[in-house]
Design a protein around this ligand. Structure first.
Ligand code: SF4
Length: 405
């Protein structure tokens, strides 16, 4: 298998600068925050702290979080004005800029670009939009991988000189938060993203295999720059079914782990409690210790606005339901959350108060109680024990139809 030296600098196969090329103080990690002036101005102000001149004549790939078909007011996706500011800043620096994404299963990329508002921004600025799932993947070895030993990367990620991660600030049901480091998972080709959700528990490791796999991914796939969009983030049932949370803040840093650590602080979370960040930092992929990071402005902690954490159990969020989720992926989780938000009351009306409705998603179930509502192809082997809704991912309206059939 061919290894692409994504994080080695400079790589023999491309013109990729070293990962610290945008670090203003090589002796100490820096994070810059800007707030109160809207997504475009905040982004330009935060980026003004970084010398972008090394991007001159380079190809820059901006990787926002637009893996879902959603509008920016929902807090699900990156604000288009943050992307617009990043395009302008890198163009001003003399770079050739493109915006790329590989969406979650079942999402049409052109539609997501359009709904997000990023299509119109990119057209105005004559910036190419890339559906990174169109071309064949590049296999990449992960020499230091613990949970995974290889990845299928979208080809563009190996071809562009500079990669910029532009996540939106969100809590995440399975990974605590999704920020700059986790956003790079959207550079994995097509359905191979799902593989990280399907790993067996590793003996002698307490952490979930998904968290270890994200840290493994970060060993080969870290951005040169992180721009975290905290214009409208998401709290609670993130990454797609939580509540929008307005902060009007943007963070910029060369070290993705440091950027995520400060974003976590603003969200009222310690990065040390986010397993993929903790594991990655322990391996030396970045810095999360607050006392080792210079944050500007000095009063940055005034911007803190704690996010409601994701619920530990969905069945608490939706009383009267028992959700059995073993090794599902985010596509099934999103469908189920969307379905429950819309139809939970309707389902409960038909069931006596003392009885829970049992729903299963994911491929890891050995057996399920009789009467279980089995959602998604991963539960197909249990289809005779209750109601089975096929699909990968399944469709929310089909769940309702099958349930009342
Ligand atoms: S059935 Fe659901 S959990 Fe299984 S791979 Fe498809 S979307 Fe993911």
């Amino acid at each position: 298998m061919k290894k692409t030296p994504l994080n080695n600098a400079p790589g023999p196969e491309n013109n990729r600068p070293e990962l610290t090329v945008f670090e203003p103080d090589k002796s100490r990690t820096s994070v810059f925050c800007a707030s109160g002036n809207g997504p475009y101005n905040n982004t330009r102000k935060a980026l003004a702290n970084i010398d972008l001149s090394p991007a001159k004549n380079k190809r820059v790939l901006l990787k926002p979080n637009i893996g879902r078909d959603a509008k920016p007011q929902t807090g699900i996706i990156t604000n288009p004005q943050v992307v617009a500011a990043a395009i302008d800043a890198f163009k001003d620096a003399g770079a050739a800029v493109a915006v790329g994404e590989s969406p979650i299963t079942g999402v049409n990329m052109s539609q997501a670009f359009e709904t997000s508002g990023i299509k119109s921004v990119a057209e105005e600025q004559n910036c190419p939009l890339l559906d990174m799932d169109v071309r064949q993947y590049v296999p990449v070895d992960i020499t230091d991988g613990v949970a995974i030993k290889s990845l299928k990367l979208c080809r563009e990620v190996t071809e562009y000189d500079i990669i910029v991660s532009i996540p939106v600030m969100k809590t995440h049901m399975h990974t605590g938060v999704t920020l700059s480091v986790k956003n790079m998972k959207g550079c994995l080709w097509r359905r191979s993203k799902v593989d990280l959700h399907m790993l067996p528990q590793l003996p002698e490791h307490q952490e979930k295999p998904l968290d270890i796999a994200i840290a493994d991914m970060a060993s080969v796939l870290r951005p040169h720059l992180s721009i975290i969009d905290g214009t409208i983030g998401m709290e609670g049932l993130g990454p797609s079914a939580g509540k929008p949370k307005t902060l009007d803040v943007v963070l910029v840093a060369s070290d993705a782990f440091a950027a995520d650590s400060i974003a976590c602080e603003l969200m009222g979370i310690s990065a040390h409690d986010v397993p993929h960040l903790k594991i990655g930092a322990e391996r030396g992929y970045g810095v999360i210790d607050l006392d080792k990071i210079n944050v500007s402005p000095e009063n940055w902690k005034d911007l803190k606005n704690p996010f409601e954490p994701p619920p530990i159990k969905l069945s608490v969020e939706f009383p009267g339901f028992t959700i059995l989720d073993i090794q599902s992926c985010s596509a099934c989780q999103s469908t189920l959350l969307m379905f429950l938000q819309r139809h939970a009351k309707q389902l409960r009306k038909n069931v006596s108060k003392d009885k829970n409705i049992i729903i299963a998603i994911g491929k890891g179930h050995e057996e399920l109680p009789p009467g279980t509502l089995c959602i998604g192809n991963c539960t197909a082997k249990h289809k005779d024990c209750g109601i089975f809704v096929p699909g990968c991912p399944p469709v929310a309206s089909e769940i309702l139809r099958e349930y009342f059939a």
